[in-house]
Design a protein around this ligand. Structure first.
Ligand SMILES: [Zn+2]
Length: 262
């Protein structure tokens, strides 16, 4: 290495450290990353969610798993992507939570809350949160992220949700600002019904091309299960690839809000 290049790197290193210092104070204990990724797994398929948790554990990561309060969906959501998949239950969700994964609400029975009167939609959200409070160990709605079924929300519901939960996830662009106080609306994209891998790769490229950001990508099952599946082998390679990038943190949504704003 030439002298000038070494000097440049040394200077760059010092500059980066100086810039990072105040941020690190805000995020006590762990270094603060500039590129956050939440792989937000929806629905609660027993087989895929168990396997997803195992894969995240292999890399000492926590999975972000969003499940239905009633355990299985309303008839409208029984389709070719969900029909043949056994659903998990709170016995499994509590076990996965004890192993370090994040379990969050994804509706009572996966109802589209935009296609009913507001009061009925609120009742279903409340019913969902009541089940979580009763069934999921230590569940606190004030720390929860409510993940809208179908990523479908209305302005009225978006205004009301923060009175019940810490934040909500709905559909829009995938890259959010880094977690900050007062952030209640998280947006994501998804892809289906075929493999979501190429769409996820594209979003990750977009994230890495930016100075900073928080990518929330909504995915479902593994190895052919659910709408827009990814392969478990792809997930392993993806996590390996991203763990090698210094600025990236793979983190569940609720934990990102909690740790990055405390
Ligand atoms: Zn869903």
């Amino acid at each position: 290495m030439s002298h000038s290049r070494r000097t440049f790197l040394k200077t760059l290193g010092a500059a980066t450290a100086a810039l990072a210092a105040p941020e690190q104070k805000a995020h006590a204990g762990a270094p603060r990353k500039t590129h956050l990724l939440t792989l937000s797994f929806d629905d609660g398929f027993r087989k895929s969610f168990t396997r997803t948790a195992e894969i995240f554990e292999k890399y000492k990561l926590s999975a972000c798993l969003n499940v239905l309060a009633a355990g299985s969906p309303a008839p409208e959501y029984v389709n070719e992507y969900t029909r043949n998949s056994p659903w998990g239950d709170f016995k499994l969700w509590n076990e996965l939570q004890r192993r370090g994964h994040e379990i969050m609400p994804h509706g009572y029975r996966h109802e589209n809350l935009t296609q009913m009167p507001l009061e009925q939609a609120k009742e279903l959200v409340n019913k969902c949160l009541d089940v979580f409070s009763n069934e999921l160990e230590g569940f606190d709605p004030k720390k929860a992220v409510f993940n809208f079924p179908y990523n479908a929300s209305t302005p009225e519901l978006e205004r009301w949700l923060p009175t019940r939960v810490r934040a909500f996830r709905t559909g829009h662009t995938a890259i959010n600002p880094l977690p900050h106080k007062g952030q209640v609306k998280l947006t994501c994209t998804s892809f289906g019904p075929g493999s979501a891998e190429a769409a996820l790769d594209r979003e990750i490229e977009r994230l890495l091309a930016r100075e900073s950001g928080w990518l929330i990508f909504n995915t479902h099952g593994l190895d052919g299960e659910g709408w827009g599946p990814i392969r478990s082998s792809y997930l392993e390679r993806l996590l390996e690839r991203l763990l090698a990038i210094e600025t990236v943190e793979i983190i569940p949504a609720g934990r990102a809000l909690e740790t990055y704003t405390s």
